[in-house]
Design a protein around this ligand. Structure first.
Ligand SMILES: [Zn+2]
Length: 144
């Protein structure tokens, strides 16, 4: 079935859950950022299965979650585009992605986490600076 021709429908809970369980391979910007953070001595969990949205990078004690967002799939203000074909379908589809991102963010915040989003176009060093700064900011809040 050509899924691009399917009408846009909001994902029901079961479909959503199934999709979120599917293993996703790491993108290059993710790998590069993880490598840079690791080089700086930071240690984290990858795709933590028990956290909303399975963050790409999770600092469990500092409670900082990081998502590396693709410019196309997450509608980057600089590089987000709408394909010419099935434009309306894509508008809805990508809009749902962004809406889901915000729902996941809210769920994490509810659990006391800080959420950072990094665009795939960001330089790894600049992204790592942001992540490290947030991690440092949260350190005093770690009780043990
Ligand atoms: Zn971008």
């Amino acid at each position: 079935m050509d899924h691009t021709a399917a009408p846009p429908v909001p994902l029901d809970a079961a479909t959503s859950a199934r999709l979120s369980r599917q293993p996703r391979s790491a993108t290059k910007p993710e790998v590069t950022l993880r490598r840079e953070l690791h080089r700086r001595g930071l240690r984290f969990r990858v795709n933590h299965p028990r956290l909303p949205g399975r963050p790409d990078i999770a600092f469990t004690r500092a409670k900082v979650a990081v998502f590396v967002d693709g410019c196309f799939w997450h509608c980057c203000p600089d590089h987000g585009t709408l394909p010419r074909n099935n434009r309306d379908w894509w508008r809805v589809k990508l809009g749902q992605n962004v809406a889901r991102d915000r729902v996941k963010d809210a769920a994490l915040v509810e659990l006391g986490w800080t959420v950072l989003h990094v665009w795939e176009h960001e330089a790894a060093s600049a992204a790592a600076d942001r992540v490290e700064a947030e991690w440092l900011r949260r350190l005093p809040m770690i009780s043990d």
